[in-house]
Design a binder for this molecule. Structure first.
Ligand code: ADP
Length: 492
């Protein structure tokens, strides 16, 4: 029996899971690591903390499963996307902390790019809208602000990488300097049509091309681990976390779509061999496949998903635990005309209104606490509905099934309401695991352990729960009309 080790280096924690040849999880370990907030709106990680957390979960997994390098056929890596590390090519020493995807320090510079008319050119090449989220402006910030960094970069002494690249570099003791298409596509430097780093964008952001890693398919033999309990094992996959989840949910065909219900919600739709240009504020990016060629993906996100449940718990104290929201919502027979639009930080796709704010409408003397809780959960589902409809319009595809994962997908009320409001099946596979499972599948495929059809068969055989639409059409349309009005009010 051979095993696959998959590492998920996330924003707040790092996990390592070991899977057997049947795709069953033998063991899983998770460790949190510190978040650094140097100023309001700024978020950093220490690359050493990231690296140490990866070493620790790998050792825990090796000990926990009682396995050594000889038992492991392949290692897979999935990671928080866009987070930017710049380090010395010779010593591996970072020149600055990792700047995390959430960090807004380059927001003003991005606004200037939009004002100066660069949006269309950037979108046409990268599929992205100029935003501080993506790596390009973070690299520029490090080169402009870390002492001596620009001169060193120009002399060829520095490397840039997203977290996957940094981990590959450390795991191989500097031998591997590479990334995959899904991570490269989030840097705002990669042309998703030619599948190359874009010279013109590199000039625009003043980034020396010699800093950039080589780009490979997600399912690929990246090379050998040079130290630790898995010394000698090859890394056979690298994939950004959301694309890992898309693959781990078995969304292999054009029109397949998944949503992750975490703090925010991340929706990705596989659009197959061709990029779909969005008219509705979505971004176009690359997805992982079992073959060498990446697929194209439409992506949209909801800023406040599970976070509205955190607000119910910590902000207004209506519930004690996140899971209590399910029972409370079910106790209310309906939301009684109440809508909660959780636009705490504005609204994302398809509205893109930074000035919108959280709004509760339709409150009467008879409104109960449970109805407000219920309307909050419904507010998550309506926002997801809005993004799905934008994807349908852009891709010209009618969605009949949504695959789901993430913390809030545990909520049965939310999943049933989502299915009702979308009039589509909502399929919850082994929730919480799809991201790391996706990395394991891609690694197993590259190592020749599994084929794409083996993976589909394992997913079909695995535990899953299907929510089917039950709501009467008249009620659905009237609820949606009410939501539309509530969104308008949040934007006034
Ligand atoms: P992240 O990866 O963004 O940290 P997770 O996938 O761990 O997120 O999900 C955590 C989010 O899910 C939190 O915002 C939490 O409020 C929400 N959540 C967790 N359990 C439930 C539940 N049973 N019902 C509704 N929301 C939940």
């Amino acid at each position: 029996m051979k095993y696959i080790l998959a590492i998920d280096q996330g924003t707040t924690s790092t996990r390592a899971h070991i899977y057997d040849q049947k795709g069953e999880c033998v063991c899983g370990y998770q460790l949190e690591f510190p978040q650094i907030y140097p100023k309001p709106g700024w978020v950093e990680h220490s690359p050493a903390d990231i690296w140490n957390s990866v070493c620790s979960v790998m050792s825990l997994a090796a000990d926990g499963a009682g396995l050594s390098a000889a038992d492991i056929a392949a290692v897979g890596i999935t990671n928080q996307r866009e987070t930017t590390v710049v380090w010395d090519r010779r010593t591996g020493e970072p020149v600055y902390n990792a700047i995390v995807w959430q960090c807004r320090r380059t927001a003003d510079y991005c606004k200037k790019l939009v004002r100066d008319g660069f949006s269309e050119r950037i979108y046409n090449k990268t599929g992205l809208v100029p935003d501080a989220y993506f790596s390009a402006t973070k690299i520029k910030w490090i080169l402009d602000n870390a002492e001596g960094a620009r001169e060193r970069a120009e002399r060829g002494e520095l490397c840039f990488g997203t977290v996957d690249t940094y981990l590959l570099f450390r795991l191989s003791k500097g031998k591997i300097f590479a990334t995959d298409y899904t991570n490269a596509a989030r840097t705002m430097l990669f042309n998703i049509h030619t599948l190359e780093w874009d010279k013109e964008l590199l000039r625009l952001f003043d980034i020396p091309p010699c800093m950039l890693p080589q780009v490979f398919p997600s399912s690929h033999d990246f090379g050998e681990i040079a130290e630790g309990p898995f010394k000698g094992v090859h890394v056979h996959s690298v994939v950004g976390d959301q694309q890992g989840s898309l693959f781990g949910q078995g969304c292999f065909e054009a029109g397949d779509i998944k949503n992750t219900y975490g703090t925010g919600c991340f929706l990705l739709m596989n659009t197959g061999d061709g990029p779909v240009k969005s008219e509705n504020g979505l971004v176009t990016t690359l997805g992982a496949t079992a073959s060498g060629k990446p697929c194209y993906v439409l992506e949209g996100s909801v800023f406040v998903g599970g976070a509205v449940v955190q607000w119910l718990r910590d902000g207004v104290g209506l519930i004690k635990r996140a899971s209590a929201s399910e029972r409370a919502a079910m106790r209310a027979k309906d939301s009684g005309g109440v809508y909660v639009v959780p636009a705490f930080t504005g609204l994302g796709a398809p509205y893109w209104d930074a000035n919108a704010r959280g709004t509760i409408t339709g409150i009467t003397r008879g409104t109960t606490k449970n109805q407000i809780i219920r309307a909050s959960l419904e507010g998550i589902a309506y926002q997801v509905y809005d993004v799905v409809k934008a994807m349908e319009r852009d891709a010209g595809i009618n969605i009949t099934r949504l695959s789901v994962d993430g913390g809030a997908s545990a909520n049965k009320f939310l999943m049933q309401f989502q299915s009702d409001i979308l009039r589509a099946e909502v399929v919850r596979t082994r929730h919480g695991e799809s991201t790391v499972l996706g990395a394991a599948f891609l690694a197993g495929i590259s190592a020749g352990i599994w084929s794409k059809s083996d993976v589909l068969a394992m997913l079909k055989g695995g535990e899953r729960r299907v929510f089917s639409p039950k709501m009467e059409e008249g009620e659905r349309l009237s609820l949606l009309a009410g939501w539309e009005k509530a969104v308008q009010k949040s934007r006034l």
